[in-house]
Design a protein around this ligand. Structure first.
Ligand code: GAR
Length: 241
């Protein structure tokens, strides 16, 4: 069973996965980011399928571990470890702020290309960990539905509350007393799909987006790897039956 993790930002969830020995075979990204450096430091295979190449029909950039090793520190995260925003938002993993090409992005082309790359590497299960590109149905339908039901995601809210790219900010703006995180099976609809695990996190007086998100991520770093491990075990058991 080959597991790929998709990242766009800091990669702290990926670090947690590696810390507990989750069998990650490949790390993919849609842009240069610290997460790729985390993978390279762990001597994992990496692949960059750059979304910028799909804003006008460009080619996919595939980057091996050796090449990417020197890129991580400069790309994707500031000194606090937070992703660098592309529009001054401080959250570079958030797709709507990605560059100026919004609306020109060939989502279907990108989704097919990413599926083909992962399939070509024999990937069976995909775990999104702060991946900043919404994949459309063509990803899930690739190869007769190879990735249908095989893509997992972690989201920083108690879904169905606060879907979208600003879940932590939205929870604060709504005056929620608690938020949390959700691990779910991804489907073409954004931040939807069968829930595998959820854990609440209290909103504390004086919380801002960064402090609340960090408290949520601390939970995600335990809940997500454990849920992925259980998912892989179940899949392996089902295959051997
Ligand atoms: C995590 O909080 C994850 O839930 C969120 O990005 C963060 C990644 O952190 N994902 C989403 O918001 C997806 N909708 P990291 O880059 O430090 O691993």
């Amino acid at each position: 069973m080959r597991l790929a993790v998709l990242v766009s930002g800091t990669g702290s969830i990926l670090e947690a996965m590696l810390g507990v020995g989750l069998p990650v075979d490949l790390v993919g990204a849609d842009r240069p980011c610290r997460g790729l450096g985390v993978a390279a430091d762990a001597e994992l295979k990496t692949v960059l399928v750059a979304r910028d190449d799909w804003t006008g029909g460009g080619a996919t950039a595939m980057v091996g571990t050796d090449t990417i090793a020197g890129v991580d520190a400069a790309g994707g995260a500031d000194e606090t470890g937070q992703p660098v925003g592309t529009a001054g938002t401080g959250d570079g993993t958030r797709e709507p702020e990605h560059g100026t090409q919004r609306g020109c992005f060939d989502r279907e082309g990108y989704s097919c290309e990413l599926a083909a790359v992962l399939d070509g590497r024999g990937v069976d299960v995909v775990a999104m960990a702060g991946f900043g590109t919404v994949l459309d149905g063509s990803f899930f339908e690739w190869g007769d539905g190879r990735y249908r039901g095989r893509v997992l995601n972690t989201h920083p809210s108690l879904l169905p509350a606060f879907p979208g790219w600003h879940a932590v900010r939205d929870a604060l703006d709504a005056g929620a007393a608690e938020s949390g995180c959700t691990v779910h099976v991804a489907i073409p609809e954004v931040d939807a799909g069968p829930v595998l695990a959820q854990q609440a996190v209290p909103v504390m007086p004086g919380d801002d987006e960064a402090t609340l998100h960090e408290r949520i991520k601390a939970v995600e770093r335990e809940l997500y790897p454990a849920t992925i491990a259980a998912f892989l075990d179940e899949l392996a058991a089902a295959r051997s039956r």
